[in-house]
Design a protein around this ligand. Structure first.
Ligand SMILES: NC(=O)c1ccc[n+]([C@@H]2O[C@H](COP(=O)([O-])OP(=O)(O)OC[C@H]3O[C@@H](n4cnc5c(N)ncnc54)[C@H](OP(=O)(O)O)[C@@H]3O)[C@@H](O)[C@H]2O)c1
Length: 344
């Protein structure tokens, strides 16, 4: 019988993610039933938000926590169909689904996963390589696209700040705003990442948030203030944005990674009254709630990449067993662009 490896969390991280919190388990691979396919996974995704599910209970209303001692369902993955009992799929198809961090997955066609983003679907390899459907044309492209154009309502002339701008979602949001013709400021946690933002992504200004007080760094980069803040970080970054936003400014809260590993909830921004004083709109969103725009995003973003207007960098980690290590590195800020694990 075919066996495959699965990564199981065995303890919820206390603060930092540690590889000791996971175990690699050999498990028999079941045969697909009617309406199912067997997929040999080739690439799997590593996302900041996985940290929110490595807890006893995930934040209310969000995707559920990963149970201990079980495979991790709900992680975007691509692979090749090796056996099919589902009408619409054939052996050899390259597909995206949500049963990641394992060698093989049995997936039921048509069953919604990851709020639709991870429902079994064939991917178009003429548009982009398979792993691009995890980030650029998937779980990062969608929040960057809807966050900017719909949630923040990006307009001509807006000055935009994107935090965690060298990361997967951030690097795309920043470049989409550039394509729209906006002035874009990016921030990241190292000088090497700042150089990447300026030299490779062509942002108008960038700073290392570790190099001084955040409000001052932001003021230097945007002396006249900002109109849109695309928030990946929360905490002190959101507070700095509230200070820098101009009247009628907008905040799209995509994530708050600065508190994902925090032992206790942090107090809200001390200057939240500025939202009143400046008529600000602050709106959180989930990319998956806009999955109806996935095809539109895929077409447009793939087109911009083909034209050379989007640079897409990946941090590739080799080997399924290294997925936990990759997640820990991502949260520590050691990865750039989209982090993916090559399984086979
Ligand atoms: N709303 C949605 O639908 C949706 C979907 C996907 C992702 N997200 C959110 O988007 C954000 C980025 O996710 P991603 O998967 O693309 O990860 P990523 O940006 O590729 O990696 C996370 C980055 O966050 C930065 N970071 C970590 N701790 C930080 C801190 N305390 N302060 C400032 N920066 C910190 C690190 O970069 P530095 O070196 O710059 O510190 C790290 O590279 C996360 O908040 C995630 O939850 C939201």
């Amino acid at each position: 019988m075919l066996t495959g490896r699965e990564i199981h969390p065995i303890a919820y991280p206390d603060g930092e993610v540690r590889t000791a919190d996971f175990r690699v388990v050999e498990a028999p691979v079941l045969a697909p039933g009617p309406g199912e396919v067997l997929v040999r996974n080739t690439w799997t995704s590593v996302d900041a938000a996985l940290r929110l599910r490595l807890r006893q209970a995930a934040p209310e209303g969000y995707f559920v926590a990963f149970p201990l001692g079980a495979p991790m369902d709900g992680i975007l993955t691509v692979g090749e169909v090796v056996e099919s009992r589902a009408e619409a799929f054939e052996v050899g198809d390259t597909v995206r689904h949500a049963f990641g961090w394992r060698d093989y997955a049995v997936v039921r066609a048509g069953e919604p996963a990851l709020a639709g983003v991870g429902t079994l679907a064939r991917v178009d390899l003429e548009l982009a390589p398979a792993q691009a459907y995890l980030g650029l044309l998937g779980g990062s492209g969608l929040p960057a696209y809807v966050g900017l154009f719909e949630i923040a309502g990006l307009r001509a002339g807006d000055v935009v700040w994107v935090s965690a701008a060298a990361g997967s979602v951030g690097s795309l949001a920043a470049q989409l705003a550039k394509i729209n013709g906006n002035r874009v400021i990016g921030s990241a946690g190292s000088d090497a990442k700042v150089a990447y933002l300026l030299d490779e992504l062509g942002l108008d200004a960038a700073f290392n948030y570790r190099s001084g007080p955040l409000p001052e760094l932001l003021r230097e980069a945007a002396p006249d203030g900002i109109d849109v803040y695309f928030d990946n970080v929360g905490g002190d970054h959101l507070e700095a944005a509230l200070g820098a936003l101009r009247r009628w400014g907008r905040v799209a809260i995509c994530g708050t990674i600065s508190d994902y590993g925090a032992p206790a909830p942090a107090p809200g921004p001390s200057n939240i009254f500025l939202a009143v004083a400046k008529d600000l709109t602050i709106r959180g969103f989930r990319g998956s709630s806009h999955v109806d725009r996935m095809d539109e995003m895929t077409r447009r973003v793939a087109g911009w990449q083909r034209e050379g207007r989007i640079r897409y960098r990946e941090t590739v980690v080799e080997g399924l067993e290294r997925a936990p290590e990759a997640l820990a590195a991502l949260i520590r800020g050691e990865t750039t662009g989209k982090t993916v694990v090559r399984i086979a």
